[in-house]
Ligand binder design. Sequence first.
Ligand code: ZN
Length: 282
Amino acid sequence: MESKIHRVSRSAYVVIGPEGATNFGIVRANDGGAVIIDADIRRIDEVEEALKLTGGAKVGYLVNTHEHFDHTSANYYFAQRGVPIVASAGCARAMNEEGAPDFARMMAPVAHLYDRFPGLCLTVPDMVFTAATRLTLPGVTLHLKYCAENGHSHSKGDTTVYFEEDETLIAGDLLYTEVHPVTFFGNIPNWLTALKPLFQSHYKQLIPGHGPTVEGEQAGRAYFKKMYDYLEDFYGNLQEIKAGRKSAEEIAAHMMRGAYASLGKTRMVQRNINQFLTGRWY
Ligand SMILES: [Zn+2]
């Protein structure tokens, strides 16, 4: 399945990842400039094609919503082209402290990319903000807000991006729509707290880190609520496993049924549980 480029508003586009793969945002300025939100080196051809199709010839900034490889691995590629890379201090810190082994692990299956992009390496953002910042290009005002509750929610860098002119909110991986989330790098109780203010946020278009985009605040709120309920239910059940009252198999089956039966990326359920059982992430 191919990814598709979806125009969500006058000047905002999303490369929707196939089958719940990562979404990349492109915001086009009035002068042909563009801001990219997240980019993965494994899918750089899709990003380049999207830039061509949307007319975003000159990339002014690359924003990382958080530190995970699928959102930051094209940093080197754009840094080589002189593009400033913007992220929260939490994101930059996580990449500095823990990014290298993760980068090596994720690159191992796609080592041929080292030939295609000589020097390719973990590249930490060079424009770092603490709580909030604003990026502007002609006709574009982006409000970046650090949202990782206590420094760790889905990730340590979680940032939302609000595109003021087009009233479009990019939620990063705090929100997954129609697919099972990746929880094992996260702190679920903090993630729940981080989601609460987002129930009240304003936008006309909502872009999750993975899954289809959402139109309108009412539908958006329902998706934020679904995300909240999923995480709360899953976390509660993990505690039941820990206490010996439920089995991992029971919980895996539960997370595939009922309200969750239609969610994609079902392989994530077992991975999330396994990572919990090995005690590596929670
Ligand atoms: Zn992530």
